[in-house]
Design a protein around this ligand. Structure first.
Ligand code: PMP
Length: 301
């Protein structure tokens, strides 16, 4: 490589926030003794920017600290310092319309489980381009399935904790992939609808917007909360209610919510057509309102 080319490469190398410093992607390495890697012992967030607005950054940071609290992991930074670190990383990479992955692990320890052996959490922030679902998914709607894998029992590993242990979701995702789809509905151990492998689920039935309560075993999605707020603004009757698959099959509309997916309509589940097989009116109304919200609701950088 010519020296000019190497200078160019240096300039464009992605910077990662790693334990208080901004370093090149190639140098951002975690120890093989890190309990995040050995045991999935840690927490994370997936955040998105729209232009130069980090959507609901404060809410994501609050959820991160809640997850950390739930696993008794003390983050050695204040929430404000964490928000500054996110903004600093975005600026260092001159990124707009980005995806942010914020990870806190228990840190390096020994080969035993004991978290007390891990003296210093590992903190890193990756900011990169975002991969979106194709437009067609939004225009035509998704066809999904019900996963055979059940969602983790909240009394065992509460899905409200956004932990690094995502194996339960990955098994659900494998069910989806095998069925030739991109998402799958995961049920609680006793057959109630919980959420999807990486998205929350909503239905519209008799004009009411319904999503399962997070206590059934679902992440309290930031997009889910935003949609609930929008439903109130739009005078749409909303309820968090326990649902069985029959309720979902018999609903007029189904849609999924997530940071990357935003609001994506579902038109078929397990070969059962939902409503008239097209993205529904309420879904479209909420999508329009959500897109407006992404222009203002967050932190600018
Ligand atoms: N459920 C699960 C299991 C998730 O991993 C996610 C995030 N991808 C969601 C729901 C949606 O949450 P959010 O709207 O905060 O992205």
């Amino acid at each position: 490589m010519t020296s000019a080319a190497s200078v160019k490469k240096e300039k464009t190398a992605l910077k990662i926030y790693f334990n208080g410093e901004l370093i090149d992607k190639e140098k951002a390495c975690v120890s093989v003794f890190d309990h995040g890697l050995l045991y999935g012992d840690g927490v994370f967030e997936g955040i998105r920017t729209y232009g130069s607005l980090v959507f609901r950054l404060k809410e994501h940071i609050d959820r991160l600290y809640k997850s950390a609290d739930a696993i008794e992991l003390k983050i050695p930074m204040t929430k404000l310092e964490m928000m500054d670190a996110v903004i600093m990383t975005l600026k260092a990479n001159s990124l707009k319309d980005a995806y942010i992955r914020l990870v806190i692990t228990r840190g390096p320890g020994d080969l035993g489980l004991d978290p007390r052996k891990c003296k210093k959490p590992t903190i890193f922030i990756i900011t990169d381009k975002i991969t979106l679902y194709p437009k067609e998914f939004y225009q035509k709607g998704l066809e999904i399935i019900t996963a055979t894998t059940r969602r983790n029992l909240p009394q065992a590993l509460d899905p409200r904790i956004k932990s690094l242990n995502y194996l339960n979701n990955i098994l659900g995702k494998i069910d989806a992939i095998k069925a030739g789809t991109v998402e799958a509905i995961m049920l609680s151990y006793d057959g109630h609808v919980a959420e999807c492998t990486g998205d929350n689920i909503f239905i519209v039935k008799k004009g009411e917007l319904i999503t399962p309560p997070v206590e059934v075993g679902a992440l309290e999605g930031i997009t889910r909360d935003a949609v609930i707020d929008l439903a109130k603004d739009l005078d749409m009757p909303f309820y968090a209610k326990m649902l069985k698959m029959d309720d979902v099959y018999e609903s007029e509309e189904v849609f999924l919510t997530g940071t990357a997916a935003e609001i994506v309509p579902v038109i078929k589940i397990d070969d059962r057509v939902i409503g008239d097989g097209k993205p529904g009116k309420s879904t479209l109304k909420l999508t329009t309102a959500f897109r407006e919200l992404t222009k203002t609701d967050g932190v600018r950088y």
